[in-house]
Design a protein around this ligand. Structure first.
Ligand SMILES: Nc1ncnc2c1ncn2[C@@H]1O[C@H](COP(=O)(O)OP(=O)(O)OP(=O)(O)O)[C@@H](O)[C@H]1O
Ligand SMILES: [Mg+2]
Length: 365
């Protein structure tokens, strides 16, 4: 029986004086779609290459199934990898490209041919066996690279930004394709991307990375709704992060004075209260743009913030309104088409939100 669990303990990689990966630990369950998400240079590819065996860790351990593979060479690990540049052989046919790993394993020609065809069928490229990769579109080449990785039936599939070179429409389509194939195979998948939409829409769990360190690992919904720190709040989705000071706490309710931007303290209702917070602590409050409402200049509702409209931008599905609240700007997203003409630069507006829609963050974490 194969076992596609992956356990990583205190993984570290130094290149000279640069620490590319710093004390990273995570566990991936069998069949899970697990994503490394983070900005360019945060150590995603380096971590993936250590899982594949192309890079050896400076410190820490990697286990796949029950086996400690930390010192095992790539060809003896049961992993398939798709590189960011598809790295297809241009002079070989599609089928030869796909069967390459099987040839390395010494599988005979007839079996190679039938398994390559099966894998191509899987990625919807049945009948493309004798084509040259140079005759294929970007999306088709990407699927050949995927077929090449799955044909060896690895326990773990490693994908490094496999959709990065595709245009938006094709990328969105391929997200579904990839998920379908992964579901069908039930294969443990480690996916690398710096695209948060891709990560949120495809993953069972996401590890958010910054400067070689893990910042939070969680399910997409929890990362979005309950970011653990300022980095995650800001990196996942759009954030309006306001500085404040706690004026009172009672169970799951916290009152926060938003320093200079608001006259009255605001109420924060925490679903997972930070029990150690006390009056006088400095905190950050995050309110997502889609959770903010413009309550109009003459609204009788009690508003949390007041400000001046700086800019209104129409994006199709939403219109974003940038409001100067004094210290800085906040972004308010309004759904629908009609809003652009409603708010013009210079308009005085008030902004409000539900107390359950703001999240407390520690100032440093
Ligand atoms: N072989 C190497 N030698 C020296 N430094 C390296 C090497 N490979 C990566 N680095 C450095 O390690 C850090 C992490 O690189 P890595 O390629 O893992 O980032 P990444 O998260 O995949 O970024 P991107 O999203 O741009 O692909 C970077 O600062 C990079 O310059
Ligand atoms: Mg990379």
């Amino acid at each position: 029986m194969t076992d596609g669990t992956v356990r990583v303990e205190s993984l570290k990689k130094e290149f000279g004086s640069l620490t590319a990966v710093d004390d990273l630990s995570f566990e991936i369950k069998e069949g899970e779609f697990f994503t490394f998400l983070g900005p360019s240079g945060c150590g995603k590819t380096t971590t993936l290459r250590m899982l594949a065996g192309f890079e050896s860790p400076t410190d820490g351990r990697i286990k796949i199934g029950d086996e400690d593979v930390t010192a095992v060479p790539p060809y003896d690990r049961d992993v398939g990898m798709v590189f960011q540049s598809y790295a297809l052989f241009p002079h070989k046919t599609v089928a030869e490209n796909v069967a390459f790993g099987l040839k390395m394993e010494g599988v005979d020609k007839a079996e190679r041919r039938s398994r390559a065809s099966e894998a191509l069928e899987m990625v919807d490229l049945g009948g493309y066996e004798n084509r040259s990769p140079t005759e294929l579109s970007g999306g088709q080449q990407q699927r050949v690279a995927l077929a090449r990785a799955i044909v060896i039936e690895p326990d773990v599939l490693l994908l490094d930004e496999p959709l990065a070179n595709l245009d938006l429409k094709l990328r969105q389509q391929m997200r579904f394709e990839l998920k379908r194939i992964q579901d069908e195979l039930g294969i443990t998948t480690v996916y690398v991307t710096h695209d948060q939409q891709e990560a949120l829409s495809m993953s069972d769990r996401i590890l958010v990375m910054d400067e070689g360190q893990g910042k939070q690992q969680d399910q997409p919904v929890d990362l979005y709704n309950e970011p653990a720190n300022e980095f995650v709040a800001d990196f996942i989705g759009e954030a309006n992060i306001l500085e404040g000071t706690i004026t009172a706490t009672e169970r799951s309710e916290v009152h926060v004075d938003l320093d200079s931007v608001s006259s009255d303290p605001i109420l924060v209702r925490e679903s997972a209260p930070m029990t150690d917070l006390v009056e006088g602590d400095e905190v950050l409050v995050n309110v997502r743009p889609e959770d903010m409402r413009i309550t109009g200049p003459d609204s009788s509702e009690k508003s949390a913030l007041t400000g001046t409209v700086m800019e209104t931008t129409f994006y199709g599905q939403i219109t974003t309104i940038l409001v100067d609240i004094g210290e800085h700007d906040v972004r308010v997203d309004v759904f629908g088409r009609a809003t652009q003409s409603e708010y013009e630069s210079g308009d005085k507006v008030a902004i409000d939100w539900d107390s359950k829609d703001c999240v407390l963050l520690r100032r440093t974490s």
